[in-house]
Each structure stands twice: as structure tokens, then as C-alpha cells.
Design a binder for this molecule. Structure first.
Ligand code: ASP
Length: 451
């Protein structure tokens, strides 16, 4: 059985929905279809993703401005899609009234309703797709994650999947016909809708693939494959036919946005292969994510770049007790709600990497104060607006040689490396540079390792 997930660009309008449904029906193994909310429509300059319009509506409502314009945009879009798919107008009308009802509840400040409102993007897409498939004579049905039991909880702003979810969803493997399942959200034990982070329909697809023990999880998007570097930064970057799960995990956490990093855990645990494919060009090879790669002919598989990093250096530590100092700094950071990673720790210096929107200037002064109180005269140096460059590959074995090549390539372009972590993970290495140098740096590394 194949679980296939279609992203927002694959469902952005009636024409794209038709394409996605044609792909689904081409292979009778495709039994579960997970859908995102409609994305930006091709050919409409400056168009907005459905979920973004819902987010703007929620903001307007919270600010007491009603969100009427956003709600109007949403209604028009739903009516147009239903019309273009030749579906009864009552379907769009029902969705619009559900959205208006939630918007009304949100106005009375029930914060949790925000998630329920955002989920309407996926619910609308799934209902339309299911109705369209039925109209085409196919045995398809919309399955509501609330009823199916996709159980989630939210702790410290993070959404986690409750373990019983997998057993609950397993029965979908035996459903007759096709299941159309909205992505991006589930339900708490108390029955409230909880969404994943942005792009979270990938996670829904992975959870379902794991729950029904699928043979394959297909992820349909709008690119022919994953590329070795962001095509916006490197034109003609090489396509990657195959990647290991851990390559994808580390690269997607640092800027490879094609696949949600949290979608990997469920498929890794069951060893379910993933195939990333292009709805607009189904004959292209795509990228396969596998547990073990068979064909490794480069040290580096991909170069990712992610912004909004900071580095913190604490120098001249008086105590000399490296382990204690580290734990102390970590507990201060944790109390301030900041997640950090040690880049380097020696007898008299500690270096941390922070990627956290919570690390504001106010938090930084607080941190400085607390560190001074503990370490006295230690020098504290913070650099902001940094970009993390990540080199990853299963073929990475001689870390020293790769580090030397990368540093030389960056130096040649006069790019200053603020910090480097040669063994960021078993298969990756990280450099922090100033964000203004990002494009130049990615290109320099790409030339060094791929050309
Ligand atoms: N609709 C959600 C978003 O735009 C989730 C998704 O598309 O996967 O982030």
C-alpha cells in the first residue's frame, strides 16, 4: 500500500486537484491520500497560500479588526474551486459557514480556536478532493483526523504525537476504497484541534504511513527532485536521486524545506521508504529517501543554509572546571527558555550556537548579567544575524580534509567563519558565517565539492 501526500502547490486550484487525483488513480496501491491546504496558484502574481490567509484572518480578528477582507478572499477561493471542479455549491457554502463560525468564536478570544480555524485549509481541500473523486465514480471518503484518532499534545509550544495514535490509525489499512485525509492537524485527548508547525502535512503523511505499515510514502510536491543546494542560490545544482534518512534529517533542519524534518521519525522507525516526486512532472525521477544508501560517490551530498543564528563565546573562564561550567551555562539558558548547542568547550572558553527566535536583545542582556554574576570577569561575545552552512553526506569520512577544503574555499572568497563545528553530527559539519555572505558562501562550497 502507498500513502501519498500532496502539498499545497499540488492542490492550489481545480486544475492542480485534477492532476493530483489523476496521479492517485493511476496506481491502485495508492489507498491513502493526505492533502495540504491549497498553496499559491500558478499564474496569479502575488497569490497567497490558503493557510496564510487564514493566519492573517486570525490576526485581524485578534486585533479587533474583524478580518472581513481575508474571510471574503477565502470564500471566493472556495466557491471558485467548487465551481471549477463542477461540485455542488452547497459544499463550498458549508465550508464557508464552518469557517465563519470558527472566526466568530475566535473573536470571543478562545485562543485554541485559532488552530481549528487554520485546520480549515486542509479540511476544505480534503472535502473538495473527496467529493471530486466520488463525482468521478471512485469509492473515496473523507476521514476526519478527530474521529480517526490522530492524537496530539502540545508542550512548550511544540506539538508531539501521542503513542496510541499509531494503533488507532492502523485500521485505515483495511478501509475499502480511498481515504482522503487532511494533513497538518490532529486532536488532543480533550478533543481540541492542535496543528503541527508549518508544512506539517508531511508529518501527517508519515504518521499514517507508519500506522498502516505502508510499503511506500510518496510525497508529491512541485520540484523534480531534491537538489544538492538550494536552486535559488545555485543554478543547475545537481539533482539527488537518493538520500539517506539521516542526510535528509540534518539538511531539512537547516534549510532544505522540501520535507519537514519531523516527518522523518515515524518512517525511520518502521523503515518505510519515502519518494519525493513532482505533481507537475510525474515522469521525473524524484528523490528517494532510504535507510541505507547503496550508491555513494561523493563525500558531500548536500549543502544547506539557514538564517537567524547567533553565536555566544564565553572566554577567560576562571574556574577551569569545564564540565561544571557547561552545565551551569546550560541551566541558565534553559531557565531563559533558550535552546543552545555547544560548538566548542575548552578549559578557558565555551562557545555556543543558538538558533532561537526567543534569543532577543533583552534575553541577551539577562544572559550577560547572569554569566557575569557567576564567572566574574569572563569576556562574553555575542554575534547575531549569522547563517549556518551545513555540509552533509554519508560519504563524509575524512573530516579533517573536508574541513580544510571548505575553509580554504570560503577564505578564497574572503568569507569570515565565525564558528565551525567539524563534527556537527556523524555525517555533517557546520559553519557560521555572516548572513550577508550566504549566497557567495554556498556557491563557493558548491564549486569546491560538486564541480
Ligand atoms: N497548510 C500548512 C502550511 O501551509 C501545512 C502544510 O501545507 O503542510 O504550513
Amino acid at each position: 500500500m502507498i500513502v501519498c501526500k500532496f502539498g499545497g502547490s499540488s492542490l492550489s486550484d481545480a486544475a492542480q486537484i485534477r492532476k493530483a487525483c489523476a496521479i492517485l488513480l493511476e496506481n491502485s496501491e495508492r489507498k491513502i491520500m493526505v492533502v495540504s491546504a491549497p498553496g499559491k496558484r500558478r499564474g496569479i502574481q502575488g497569490d497567497t497560500k490558503f493557510t496564510d490567509v487564514l493566519i492573517f484572518a486570525a490576526e485581524e480578528i485578534f486585533a479587533g479588526r474583524g478580518g472581513a477582507e481575508e474571510l471574503r478572499v477565502i470564500s471566493t477561493r472556495l466557491r471558485e474551486t467548487a465551481r471549477d471542479l463542477c461540485l455542488p455549491s452547497s459544499l463550498a457554502a458549508a465550508l464557508i459557514s464552518e469557517i465563519n463560525l470558527l472566526a466568530g468564536e475566535l473573536a470571543s478570544k478562545r485562543a485554541r480556536t485559532r488552530d481549528a480555524l487554520l485546520a480549515m485549509g486542509e479540511i476544505s481541500a480534503a472535502r473538495m478532493v473527496a467529493a471530486f473523486l466520488q463525482k468521478e465514480g471512485c469509492n473515496a471518503r473523507f476521514v476526519d483526523p478527530r474521529e480517526a484518532g490522530l492524537l496530539l499534545a502540545r508542550a512548550d509550544g511544540t506539538t508531539c504525537i501521542l503513542p496510541e495514535t499509531y494503533d488507532r490509525l492502523a485500521s485505515l489499512a483495511h478501509t475499502d476504497g480511498i481515504v482522503v485525509f487532511p494533513g497538518f492537524f490532529g486532536v488532543s485527548r480533550e478533543g481540541e484541534i492542535i496543528t503541527f508547525s508549518r508544512g506539517g502535512s508531511d508529518i501527517t503523511g508519515a504518521v499514517l504511513a507508519a500506522a498502516v505499515n505502508a510499503d511506500l510514502y510518496e510525497n508529491w510536491t512541485d520540484r523534480d527532485s531534491v537538489f544538492a543546494a538550494d536552486p535559488e542560490l545555485v543554478r543547475d545544482a545537481v539533482p539527488l536521486a537518493e538520500m539517506s534518512f539521516r542526510e535528509m534529517r540534518v539538511l531539512s533542519s537547516h534549510g532544505f524545506s522540501i520535507f519537514h524534518p519531523d516527518a522523518l521519525e515515524p518512517v525511520i522507525q518502521r523503515g518505510i521508504p519515502v519518494h519525493i516526486r513532482n505533481t507537475n512532472n510525474p515522469s521525473s525521477e524524484g528523490t528517494r529517501l532510504v535507510a541505507e544508501r547503496t550508491d555513494i560517490h561523493r563525500e558531500i551530498t548536500g549543502i544547506a543554509a539557514a538564517d537567524h543564528y547567533s553565536s555566544v563565546r564565553i572566554q577567560g573562564l576562571p574556574t577551569g572546571g569545564e564540565q561544571d561550567d557547561r552545565s551551569l551555562v546550560f541551566s541558565i539558558l534553559a531557565d531563559l527558555g533558550i535552546r543552545a548547542r555547544v560548538a566548542h568547550s575548552g578549559n578557558d572558553a565555551l562557545c555556543f550556537i543558538i538558533r532561537d527566535p526567543a534569543f532577543t536583545q533583552v534575553i541577551e542582556s539577562d544572559l550577560r548579567q547572569q554569566l557575569r554574576d557567576i564567572f566574574g570577569m569572563a569576556g562574553i561575545l555575542v554575534n547575531r544575524e549569522l547563517t549556518a552552512l551545513l555540509l552533509a553526506g554519508e560519504g563524509l569520512s575524512d573530516t579533517g580534509a573536508v574541513l580544510a577544503r571548505a575553509m580554504a574555499a570560503l577564505e578564497k572568497e574572503q568569507i569570515i567563519v565565525d564558528m565551525s563545528v567539524p563534527r556537527f553530527s556523524e555525517i555533517s559539519m557546520l559553519f557560521l558565517i555572516h548572513s550577508g555572505d550566504k549566497k557567495k558562501a554556498v556557491r563557493a562550497l558548491y564549486r569546491e565539492f560538486f564541480e
